[in-house]
Ligand binder design. Structure first.
Ligand code: SAM
Ligand code: SF4
Length: 329
């Protein structure tokens, strides 16, 4: 098991498949993009599958989420999913994507064994989308969402970050739209993980702001405490049910005490937390011929050092050197 000194057990693995992206969301990366990892730095498909196999068969991982950067840009994605679906015990598998390219890949991903997707969409207004992501691809994301649903990658969840002066007023409209389409909407508080270090505590839209805005149009009842488990989203029952909306208050309502995550970057580094300063190198071990037991031992030792919390509430908080797109969000 991947257990830490606070008794938390990691069963959920987030795997970043690439740090590259075809959008430039302003809360994530600068307009000019970033210095991408080079091919030799990236784990190969075989290396990724091997590490996931060790995680699933030796370390108790039961859920795998593929992310990035934009994971649909990884050429070997369908093959990686297919090989992971053959593992015993078979992990649950999902994908976080900006949705561009899902129309083309959704049914192949489903056939390969992917269970479901989270698609990121922050606005229903094409012009706002263009400003926020610096690309004119709103239509492709909406179409990707439809394709995911048609392919049965359900429940389709939609991730939304609200930004002041851009889409902050859209929360009720987005919820009405999500309910209409059968998508499960989750708002994520903006976190200090952008490459440009532009995040400001004063400027961010908080979970409290989001709930106030939603309540102008909907009745919200908190879901039972027990139903949340280790999920980061607090869920609310909308207008008496059956629809729900999630709010992930990573900054103002942290859920670190129940965290069950471990993370693997596209260049083979284990991270215990999005906000960790430390990384543990598995790629070096892999490439120097380590046996599975040795890889498992290194991974366990890394998780044993997991901190109690993100440190976001500490005035001396330091943003990690890698941005969200390079860690894997
Ligand atoms: N490219 C894919 C996507 O956008 O879904 C996967 C990677 S992206 C880093 C994963 C999630 O992180 C997205 O839902 C995105 O909105 C969110 N995200 C990125 N930067 C963020 C930030 N600074 N604060 C909060 N969420 C952020
Ligand atoms: Fe790309 Fe996702 Fe970052 Fe947007 S949030 S720039 S889609 S990695």
């Amino acid at each position: 098991m991947l257990i830490d000194t606070y008794g938390r057990v990691a069963t959920d693995l987030r795997v970043s498949l690439t740090d590259r992206c075809n959008l430039r969301c302003s809360y994530c990366m600068p307009e000019e993009g970033l210095q991408w990892l080079t091919k030799p730095e990236l784990l190969s498909d075989d290396e990724i599958v091997r590490l996931i196999r060790v995680a699933v068969t030796d370390l108790g991982i039961t859920e795998v989420r593929f992310t990035g950067g934009e994971p649909l840009l990884r050429p070997g994605l369908v093959g990686i999913v297919q090989r992971c679906a053959e593992l015993e015990p078979r992990p649950k598998m999902s994908l976080t994507t900006n949705g561009i390219g899902l129309r083309r890949t959704a049914s192949a991903l489903k056939a390969a064994g992917l269970d479901r997707v989270n698609v990121s969409l922050d606005t229903l207004r094409p012009e706002v989308f263009k400003t926020l992501t610096r690309r004119d691809r709103h239509h492709d994301v909406l179409d990707g969402l439809l394709a995911a649903q048609e392919a049965g990658l359900t429940p389709v969840k939609v991730n939304t970050v609200l930004m002041p002066g851009l889409n902050a007023d859209e929360a009720p409209e987005l919820l009405a739209w999500a309910i209409d389409h059968g998508y499960e909407l989750r708002f994520i508080e903006q976190m200090p993980l952008d490459a440009q270090h532009g995040w400001k505590r004063d400027g961010m839209i908080t979970a409290g702001d989001i709930l106030t805005s939603l309540r102008t149009r909907f009745g919200l009842m908190p879901e039972d405490e027990g139903a949340r488990g280790s999920a980061p989203a607090e869920r609310w029952i909308v207008d008496g049910g059956p629809h729900r909306v999630g709010v992930i208050g990573s900054v103002t309502r942290p859920f670190c005490a129940a965290c069950d995550r471990t993370r693997l970057t596209a260049d083979g580094q284990v991270r215990t937390c999005l906000f960790a300063q430390e990384e543990t190198d598995l790629r070096g071990a892999l490439r120097s011929g380590a046996l599975d037991e040795e890889i498992a031992r290194i991974w366990k030792a890394a998780m044993w050092g997991k901190k109690a919390g993100s440190g976001l509430d500490d005035p001396s908080f330091l943003q990690p050197a890698r941005p969200m797109s390079a860690i894997g969000g």
